[in-house]
Write a new protein. Structure first.
Length: 756
């Protein structure tokens, strides 16, 4: 087939890249080879815009076992136990087909975990959608967008729930945010975590010349072809025509695949294994060979197929789900086949490991592809794309806040300003209860979940030990839009603060870097700024980056998303008695604020409530952040703290209200606060603050500990009663029944989505 400019364009290959391909090959590529290069050199697989910058992330640490470069990162938690965890995006597929896009995102991240030899024990997700409220409707077109956003939300949540519930992994937490910038370009970031004994870790390497290469799992179909390429391009109105590039998942089949893989691993029959994820059979075969410095030869005539007449091009690029590529120990191919057949799964030897360092593909007796592994991996393009200054916002929005409160006073009266502001914030979709979402997830399967969804971090126990794991997903896209460097710092800090509030020491992170088109210099600069901010805080916290995902080209019709570097933080709890939740526990407890409240309204939920995204993001001081976290964690470990809650979106008033609300076995309980700040500061979003509750006899010890770490620590009120009452400088500014606040908070999201 003649390679034309139109054909190159269809494969997202530039003319310069094509010349590079011919140089590496020493000839013109075949059509199948062109398809292989198109997926392996796509942004999604090669990270060609980000690789030179990702190398600057901190990836070393005492706990690190496996960093970036494998299917998942791994850290050591002691007693021979290790944790494999990772987060990845499935944004573009979830825009095209929300249910299957989200479901297969869950399936893919689970396979990344058990490919490492780990049994998945927890899943989470970070979701971002466009506006879902009727109040956001301005015209007929926006009405249709809101309706579609609602359908995307419903489809994504159901897809996540159906796949995780059927597979049998608890979905234990996550985050859900809404902003106009995510309209028609949702972010669906799937996180999974698994446990493995250190001596039972497996890697995606094709070692041992002559060892058999075995295809296991579901049959290959035409679904998902060019999925990696599709995920490396902007969207437009024609995007919905790309439905065939979205895979279709089967969680029950994946459960069988998990059990068969783990059994074959424990039997000593497997040398290397890799998920057929993005780019399917192509990426798994060439990457396994590249890691081991070997080659792989495969015969596509032997590949199990569920459709007739499939070409070599289609089979190599198919992204059909629930498939693995295994390199077995020589002489163990029959044993592997017997294990997989026992689980009613295909297991077919389709090739062998060679010493050529090449990917050789045979179809119908002809060599249809013969490519050096390095040409597809190490020699993939690496672009140091141009960067322009990203104008970080430094506006002082305090006058705007004052003006908005004056306007609010004209609507509801002077006496009701702050009551009304709190009610509106609790009803805002970004703050409102996400129970409608997580009640669709099974979060108790496998009986390891200790802290259920709704608190600052999810917590699961590690059976056979006293240890527990805390995990949190965090990012404020508005902050990163206003100031990418500081926004990324704040995201890492908040994620660490959330696991600290659960009683855990932060260990390591995974990240999912969601950005718009990197070919625009200002976007590339925002990416680099975010990485630099992330790196600075990770180094200070001692939380290395174990790996993750980069998702670029998140734009639709030229409208970019906010820069959204989602942080997945893992924390370790050594003693189960230290597990802490955010809810107030008992009448008479004293409420203590760690950290200082300032006039930080830039990018705040309050300002967004008034329809604006503006201002300097909350000032971040790294030594103060570290000191606040140390104070809180040490106080928890000393048995001084009854509850702890990070103060973030919506500010102090929202954090206090959320601490009052009932959850699981806890009943709603009121609080009385006496503060010496201006009432508007109740809704400021100053960083490095934690609200804790303490028995009266322990307050002095907490204050002494805080003084030792040189942070501000103030007793601001008491727990008790049925009302939330807040006084500022001796004047009552908020007084509401907790039940009224809780009903507003818990019903807002279902009402906005028009669901029960």
């Amino acid at each position: 087939m003649q390679i034309t400019p139109e054909l190159l364009d269809q494969h997202n290959i530039s003319s310069d890249e094509y010349e590079r391909i011919k140089q590496l090959m020493g000839r013109e590529p075949s059509f199948t080879e062109l398809g292989i290069f198109s997926v392996m050199w796509s942004e999604h697989c090669s990270y060609k815009s980000s690789r030179i910058h990702l190398k600057n992330l901190p990836t070393e640490g005492d706990c690190m076992v496996q960093g970036p470069g494998e299917n998942a990162g791994i850290v050591d938690i002691g007693d021979g136990w290790c944790v494999a965890f990772k987060i990845e995006s499935h944004n573009h597929p979830s825009f095209i087909e929300p249910y299957q896009g989200a479901a297969t995102g869950v399936g893919g991240i689970l396979r990344d975990i058990f490919t490492m030899g780990a049994r998945p024990v927890a899943a989470m997700n970070s979701l971002r959608f466009g506006p879902i409220q009727d109040a956001d409707i301005k015209d007929e077109k926006s009405e249709e967008i809101v309706k579609r956003n609602r359908r995307i939300v419903a489809g994504v949540v159901k897809g996540i729930g159906d796949y995780g519930n059927s597979f049998g992994v608890p979905t234990v937490g996550g985050e859900v945010y809404f902003a106009d910038e995510y309209s028609l370009n949702p972010l669906v970031n799937a996180f999974a975590l698994g446990l493995v004994r250190r001596e039972q870790i497996f890697y995606g390497k094709a070692e041992g010349v002559g060892n058999p290469v075995i295809y296991v799992g579901a049959k290959t179909g035409r679904d998902g072809i060019h999925g990696a390429t599709m995920a490396s391009a902007e969207f437009d109105e024609a995007a919905l025509e790309k439905r065939p590039t979205v895979q279709v998942g089967d969680p029950f089949y994946e459960k069988l695949l998990l059990e068969a893989c783990l059994e074959a691993m424990r039997a000593g029959a497997i040398v290397g294994i890799q998920d057929m994820g993005a780019a399917g059979l192509t990426s798994s075969s060439c990457e396994m060979g590249a890691r081991a410095g070997t080659g792989i030869e495969i015969n596509l005539d032997l590949v199990p197929q569920r459709e007739t007449g499939m070409t070599a091009y289609e089979m190599m690029l198919s992204e059909s789900q629930e498939r693995m590529l295994i390199v077995a120990a020589r002489g163990h191919d029959r044993q592997v086949a017997e294990i997989f057949h026992k689980w009613d799964l295909d297991a077919v030897t389709i090739g062998h490991v060679t010493n050529t360092q090449r990917l050789c593909v045979i179809h119908q007796g002809q060599v249809v592809a013969d490519i050096p592994n390095s040409a597809l991996t190490d020699e993939a393009p690496k672009y140091n794309r141009p960067q322009n200054d990203y104008p970080s916002n430094t506006n002082d929005v305090t006058p705007k806040i004052a003006a908005r409160f004056e306007h609010l006073a004209s609507e509801v009266g002077e006496a009701n300003i702050y009551n009304e502001a709190l009610l509106r914030l609790l009803a805002a979709p970004n703050i409102a209860s996400k129970q409608w979402v997580y009640r669709q997830y099974d979060h108790m399967v496998r009986t390891n979940t200790t802290v259920l969804p709704g608190s600052d971090a999810a917590v699961i126990r590690v059976k056979e030990t006293r240890r527990a794991l805390a995990m949190s997903l965090d990012c404020n896209g508005r902050y990163c839009y206003l100031n990418p460097r500081e926004g990324a710092k704040l995201a890492v800090a908040e994620s660490a603060r959330n696991v600290v509030c659960s009683g855990a020491k932060p260990l390591a992170i995974t990240n999912c870097l969601n950005f718009p088109n990197p070919e625009r210099p200002e976007i590339m600069r925002s990416f680099v700024e975010a990485l630099e901010g992330m790196s600075e805080v990770c180094r200070a916290l001692g939380t290395p980056v174990t790996g993750g995902n980069v998702s670029m080209y998140n734009e639709t019709d030229g409208k970019p998303i906010y820069p959204t570097p989602t942080i997945g933080m893992l924390g370790l709890i050594e003693d189960p008695r230290h597990i802490t939740t955010q809810w107030f526990k008992a009448e008479g407890d004293v409420i203590v604020l760690l950290g200082e409240t300032k006039a930080d309204f830039g990018g705040s939920e309050l300002l967004s409530l008034f329809g604006e995204v503006d201002g300097a993001v909350p000032a971040f001081d790294l030594p103060t952040e570290l000191a606040v976290q140390k104070t809180c964690l040490e106080a928890i470990q000393m048995g001084l703290i009854r509850s702890a809650h990070d103060c973030s979106e919506g500010g102090l008033a929202v954090a206090i209200a959320e601490s009052c609300f009932s959850h699981n076995a806890h009943q709603s309980i009121g609080a009385t606060l006496n503060l010496t700040i201006a009432p508007s500061l109740l809704f400021a979003e100053s960083a490095s603050r934690i609200v804790v509750s303490v028995k009266p006899e322990n307050v002095a010890q907490v204050q002494t500990l805080a003084a030792a770490h040189q942070i501000q620590c103030e007793a601001i009120g008491t727990v008790g009663g049925a009302m939330l009452t807040i006084s500022c400088n001796g004047e009552v500014v908020v007084t509401q029944p907790v039940k009224t606040l809780e009903v507003t908070w818990s019903s807002a999201l279902p009402n906005a989505l028009d669901v029960k």
